[in-house]
Design a protein around this ligand. Structure first.
Ligand SMILES: Nc1ncnc2c1ncn2[C@@H]1O[C@H](COP(=O)(O)OP(=O)(O)OP(=O)(O)O)[C@@H](O)[C@H]1O
Ligand SMILES: [Mg+2]
Length: 255
């Protein structure tokens, strides 16, 4: 079995978005989004509720199509691709959904094994081994036999992360990984994302309301406002920004 730490360290662009737009029922949620992301980088996307953060993440995950713009993933523009052609690209990305989105009737082991059964031909023993490995990685070894309702919210989030990691994705997309958690659990998830990045050169896009977490784990922090990325900068630079919308967001006015 390939170990989880297989990623090379060659810097390269993995995500390039240019002029992305997306409207729902005539209301433009994303207007003109540009984003550039390199391998092994962690980018956080901040923005008020309804700013279009989840919408942007779903576009990047290839789960929905932009109305306009270019979206190059791993060197290939995915916008013109058919459903079938998108599947191998989606497999290179793991998505941690807002809310853990586990299957309640399946055990934790079955939940985490799900993508492996869907997308690989691994045998039972290998699946078991891979599931045990990612559960250990998120700090929950040996809980394969439990059911989601037996776990705390923080543990469920970690299982959601394990499930996103099990196909050994090159990019992991996190949608509000710490939302709804108490401060201790939120900090734990945030530290986990930081640790994964150190261990396996994870390239991640993290959508969050959690400013301390974003500043702790990110190389770049972007603010999405009125359909555009109004600023993208290092945590230090962003905190010193003189940009009006950034100042207002950091002061709590735009959340
Ligand atoms: N599939 C959809 N159909 C219609 N409207 C949608 C759809 N998805 C999102 N929207 C609308 O687009 C806007 C942005 O939604 P989105 O979920 O991207 O916001 P968000 O920034 O993730 O917000 P939150 O912080 O509350 O999660 C909202 O007004 C939402 O109602
Ligand atoms: Mg959202």
């Amino acid at each position: 079995m390939e170990p989880l730490g297989r990623h090379d360290l060659v810097p390269g662009v993995v995500i390039e978005a240019k002029g992305l737009a997306k409207a729902f029922n005539g209301r433009r949620v994303l207007d003109d989004v540009d984003l550039l992301m390199r391998r092994c980088e962690v980018i956080s996307i901040l923005g008020g509720s309804g700013a279009g953060k989840s919408t942007l993440l779903k576009l990047i995950a290839g789960l929905s199509k932009p109305d306009r713009g270019r979206l190059v993933l791993f060197g290939r523009d995915i916008v013109p691709l058919e459903e079938q052609e998108l599947i191998p690209i989606r497999k290179r990305m793991g998505m941690v959904f807002q809310g853990a989105a586990l299957f309640d009737s399946l055990t934790i082991g079955q939940n985490v094994a799900f993508p492996l059964k869907e997308h690989t031909r691994l045998g039972k023993a290998e699946i078991r081994e891979r599931v045990a490995e990612v559960l250990a990685k998120v700090g929950l070894p040996g809980i394969e036999g439990s059911y989601p309702h037996e776990l705390s919210g923080g543990m469920r989030k970690r299982v959601g992360i394990a499930r996103a990691l099990v196909l050994q994705p090159e990019v992991v997309l996190f949608d509000e990984p710490t939302a709804g958690l108490d401060p201790t659990n939120a900090k734990m998830i945030c530290e986990l994302i930081a640790a994964l990045r150190r261990d396996i050169c994870e390239t991640s896009v993290v959508v969050t309301h959690d400013l301390p977490c974003a500043f702790m784990i990110s190389d770049q922090v972007a603010l999405l406002h009125r359909g555009r990325i109004v600023e993208m900068a290092s945590p230090r630079e962003l905190q010193r920004s003189s940009h009006e919308e950034v100042r207002a967001f950091l002061a709590g006015a735009l959340r």
